[in-house]
Design a protein. Structure first.
Ligand SMILES: [Zn+2]
Ligand SMILES: [Zn+2]
Ligand SMILES: [Zn+2]
Length: 299
């Protein structure tokens, strides 16, 4: 975190007995000075070339040491013979027991007795990919599926590199054919149709008769047992409602059970629930390098 607590000499005195208005120093001046200045910051860094497809080339990862850091640029020493002349890189800087990442574009390369000196600016594709909020899967209205801003291959590649932390957010059931998002219904076990109605039954406790609710109801709305003729039956104390057979409005099948069926909104495939594919939704987090915080911590 950025802290300016080391710069107490720039803060106003607090023992002002005259209670004159305290002049607050303009901290933005300090900030501006730091923006333009380069600071001597020596920390272990790693450099990973990035392709135009955003994939990191892990085989060509190079370990080095930072020499200078500013808000806009970084200078790094790497051992001789390890450079493969990539211009766009992902830079990871070790700071506070963790690696913080930034995208860089190499602007200068110089050889010296111990190896190479690289001067780079923050920016480029890697920086674009890690900027903004952590990528989370969102429902895409056109795709009718959960998608991430970039291809799944890219996130796998970055996870393998240890650059992003992958967190399981949810496990959802999707279409077994196309991973689209389905709707679900209690459907006919024979044909999968959702047009299933079931008869409401009444169980009269006193005589144990079970029949259709319509048989028990009189024109005046009273409940009368059609078998034993007992009148004014009260729900709960005299009788209970039961669910009767299911009747399919599509194929006419009668059944005591229904089956959960999914229907894919994307490809229109109808499938039994147990056939649904389980899709894991992951969020990805990358620790971004904040040069000013590292500079403030290092001086
Ligand atoms: Zn049916
Ligand atoms: Zn009865
Ligand atoms: Zn589908």
């Amino acid at each position: 975190m950025l802290t300016l607590s080391n710069n107490t000499d720039a803060l106003p005195s607090v023992d002002d007995t005259n209670h004159a208005p305290i002049e607050i120093p303009d901290l933005s001046d300090l900030f501006d000075q730091r923006q333009d200045r380069r600071f001597h910051v020596v920390r272990p860094v790693e450099l990973i070339p990035i392709g135009i497809d955003g994939l990191l080339d892990l085989e060509r990862r190079v370990i080095g040491t930072s020499r200078e850091l500013s808000v806009h640029s970084v200078a790094v020493d790497i051992p001789a013979g390890e450079w493969h002349s990539s211009q766009q890189l992902l830079l990871g800087m070790h700071w506070q027991q963790q690696v913080h990442y930034a995208g860089v574009i190499v602007r200068r390369i110089k050889t010296h007795e111990r190896g190479l000196f690289l001067g780079a600016e923050f920016g480029g594709l890697a920086q674009e990919l890690i900027e903004g909020d952590a990528p989370l899967p969102t429902f895409d209205r056109d795709e009718l599926a959960f998608v991430l801003p970039q291809s799944p291959k890219l996130y796998e590649n970055w996870s393998q590199a240890g650059v992003v932390e992958k967190t399981l957010l949810d496990r959802i059931l999707v279409c077994p054919r196309c991973c689209g998002v389905p709707t679900f219904r209690h459907a006919c076990r024979k044909c999968g149709a959702g047009r299933v109605k079931n008869d409401r039954l009444i169980h009269h406790f006193a005589c144990a008769y079970v029949g259709l609710a319509t048989e028990f109801t009189t024109e005046t709305g009273e409940v009368v047992c059609p078998k034993c003729r007992q009148i004014r039956l009260v729900v709960g104390s005299d009788f209970e409602y039961l669910t009767g057979e299911n009747l399919c409005g599509s194929c006419g099948w009668r059944d005591s059970e229904t089956e959960l069926y999914g229907h894919c909104l994307r490809c229109n495939w109808r499938f039994e629930m147990h056939q649904a594919r389980e899709q894991e939704l992951h969020g990805y987090h990358v620790r971004r390098l904040a040069p000013l915080a590292v500079i403030t911590d290092s001086i």
